[in-house]
Ligand binder design. Structure first.
Ligand code: NAG
Ligand code: NAG
Ligand code: NAG
Length: 300
C-alpha cells in the first residue's frame, strides 16, 4: 500500500531551496515524463486563491526565491550550506507503508462514493512532551481502491509537536483533484496552494477517491504510554475542550463542495477507552459539519 503524507509541523528543521525543476521528487522513475504544474487549473467552486504568497506562514517568514522550492534536510547535523534556512516550519512528504506498529486512531470514515476532494478546518493543540519516536497527528486521508493490491492513500494534516502554540489554532486544508491534469492539489487556508501529489504515483486515485477518513492518529512504541491525541481530551467533552474538525466537506465531480449527513460516517477507534471520536453533527450554516476526537492516551 502506498501512502503519501504532507505533514506540516513546527519543529526547527532545516531546509534547502532547490530549483523546482530539480527537486528530488523527479528522481522517481514514474515521474520521468511528468510536467511540473505551477498552479491548479481548476478549483472547487467558491474557492479563491490569494494573489501572492503570504509574508508569514505559521512563523515561517523566510521563503525560497522564485523558482525554487523548500526541501527538508534529511539529517539535522548536515548544516553546511549557504542556501540553508532554519525555521520553525516543516513540510514533510513521506512515502511509506502505513502498517505501522503501535499506531492508534480515532477517526470518522465516510461511506464509499466518488470523492474528488475533501475540505476541513481542524483545530491543532499544543501537547505535553512526547517521548522520542512518538507522534500525534490529525489528518484528512483519501483512499482509492485497487483491484488487486490494496489501497492507495494520500493524506494532509498536522503532526503536533511540543513546541507549537499555547492555544488551539484552526487551520484549513482543501484537497482536490485537478480536472485537467488529474493531480491532487492541496491548499492551505483556502488561499495558498502548497503543491500537489502527481497522479502518476496514485493510479488508484484516478479519477477519484473512494472513501475518506478524518481524525487523529498516534504512533508509539509499546514500551512507553501512548501520547495524547487532539487536545488530550476525549471526544465526549465536546468541541473546544476536545479537538475538533469543522466545515467538513467534500468535492464532487463538478467541483462543488457538499456536506454528508451523519449517517454517512462510521466512527472508527481501535482503543476506544483511550482515543475516541464522537459528536458528529451539523451545526449552523457557517460551521456545517462538526466532530470532536481525541484522548489522553496512556495505553501501553
Ligand atoms: C515516458 O515517455 C516515453 C516515451 O513516450 C515512454 O516510452 C515511457 O514509458 C514513459 N515513462 C513513464 C514512466 O511514463
Ligand atoms: C516572523 O516575523 C514576525 C513579524 O516580523 C516576527 O514577530 C516573528 O518572530 C518572526 N518569526 C520568526 C520565526 O522569525
Ligand atoms: C562547508 O563549506 C565550506 C565552504 O563551502 C567548505 O570549505 C567545507 O569543506 C564544508 N564543510 C563540510 C563539513 O562539508
Amino acid at each position: 500500500m502506498l501512502l503519501r503524507i504532507l505533514f506540516l509541523t513546527i519543529a526547527g528543521d532545516l531546509f534547502d531551496c532547490v530549483d523546482m525543476y530539480k527537486q528530488p521528487a523527479f528522481d522517481h522513475p514514474l515521474l520521468k515524463n511528468h510536467t511540473l504544474q505551477l498552479k491548479p487549473s481548476s478549483l472547487p467552486k467558491g474557492m479563491k486563491l490569494a494573489k501572492s504568497k503570504p509574508v508569514s506562514f505559521y512563523g515561517f517568514n523566510d521563503t525560497c526565491p522564485l523558482g525554487t522550492v523548500l526541501v527538508q534536510r534529511a539529517h539535522k547535523q548536515d548544516l553546511n550550506d549557504s542556501q540553508l534556512l532554519r525555521n520553525q516550519f516543516r513540510a514533510q512528504v513521506i512515502a511509506d507503508d502505513r502498517s505501522t506498529e503501535g499506531g492508534h486512531y480515532a477517526l470518522l470514515q465516510t461511506l464509499r462514493y466518488q470523492y474528488y476532494g475533501a475540505y476541513a478546518k481542524m483545530a491543532t493543540y499544543k501537547l505535553p512532551d512526547l517521548h522520542s519516536g512518538q507522534s500525534s497527528s490529525n489528518a484528512i486521508i483519501l483512499f482509492g481502491d485497487a483491484p488487486t493490491d490494496g489501497l492507495n492513500a494520500i493524506a494532509v494534516g498536522w503532526q503536533v509537536s511540543t513546541i507549537i502554540y499555547d492555544t488551539s489554532y484552526p487551520r484549513f486544508f482543501t484537497f482536490w483533484t485537478d480536472s485537467k491534469t488529474g493531480n491532487w492539489w492541496v491548499t492551505y487556508n483556502d488561499q495558498l496552494p502548497l503543491g500537489y501529489f502527481p497522479k502518476e504515483l496514485l493510479p488508484n486515485l484516478d479519477p477519484n477517491a473512494n472513501f475518506v477518513q478524518m481524525g487523529g492518529e498516534v504512533i508509539s512504541s509499546s514500551k512507553v504510554p501512548s501520547p495524547p491525541m487532539g487536545s488530550g481530551h476525549p471526544s465526549n467533552e465536546g468541541r473546544n475542550k476536545a479537538a475538533y474538525f469543522i466545515q467538513v466537506q467534500f468535492v464532487d465531480q463538478s467541483n462543488n463542495l457538499f456536506v454528508l449527513d451523519p449517517s454517512s460516517f462510521t466512527p472508527r477507534a481501535d482503543i476506544k477507552n483511550y482515543y475516541s471520536v464522537a459528536d458528529a453533527h451539523f451545526e449552523d450554516h457557517k460551521d456545517k459539519y462538526v466532530f470532536a476526537y481525541g484522548g489522553a492516551g496512556g495505553f501501553k
